[in-house]
Write a protein that binds this ligand. Sequence first.
Ligand code: CP
Length: 320
Amino acid sequence: HRDLTGIAQLARHEILYLLDEAEQWVELNRQSHKRAEVLSGLTIINAFFENSTRTLLSFEIAGKRLGADVVNMHAATSSVKKGETLIDTAMTLNAMRADAIVIRHGSSGAVRLIAEKVDCPVLNAGDGQHEHPTQALLDALTMRHALKLAPGSDLNGLKVTICGDILHSRVARSNILSLTALGADISVCAPPALMPADIEAMGVRVFHDFDAALKGAQIVMMLRLQQERMQGQFIPSPREYRYLYGLTLDRLAKADPAALVMHPGPMNRGIEIDSQVADHPTRSLITDQVERGVAIRMACLDVLTRRTRRVPGWDALSGD
Ligand code: CP
């Protein structure tokens, strides 16, 4: 079976294929009867070992809109709390004959480990500091729509600035991989303590001065400080962080005059982003991102279960 463990496993044409497949589901989701029976008779398990609002709900809605039976396992109320290991949990889900398993886990690589143990496709809903591939795909789809680019288009030459806690961010990592593959020009900005040492090797420009990083940016992607992963290392005060790295309306004026703002959520309003920016009627794409998230997850569930369903296109994601 083919899994979706990260953007790193996808070729450029496979990223574009998933974006193009999602277009039909954006249209379906806007209709009053938002349902197709593509996954009728299939069972999808969402196994979430970390908290989530957007990713969990959008995978659940995506599966249901495609006609699948969707069940959710929350680690906090599961036998994980009684000491069951990750592998034993995975083998338990496998024995229930799920047709796809969607996993969020706090450890980088946990999703790959599970994918190697189970018989059905596994989709990464965020693993530690590693990857969050469906977030990067929905972000690319959102950019393409906002810029009125036709299906099939890449993001060649688009100037994207990603600012925030790059060190702990699987969203930053997956976005850098996908945006690089699609030809975008990426700058990353963070305090030195929140910037990975080897980030330049990913083909990005590195800034610690937010004003300089914003120059010419057409897309400004803001990220949350992930204090839950900092273990007391470096936690700037919210006031200091906002002063240096918060996106205010004044600061947004330093980017391209038509720059658009993104944030994967959850936001810490008043720290990395001000409400005037987050709720801006024409510059903020944040609710568009959530809307496209359902369509992207529909596309991923459809494409990855085609082999089980023995339908054409099962080999669209060819290699691993
Ligand atoms: N963007 C994102 O992954 O949000 P959740 O943590 O709410 O799923």
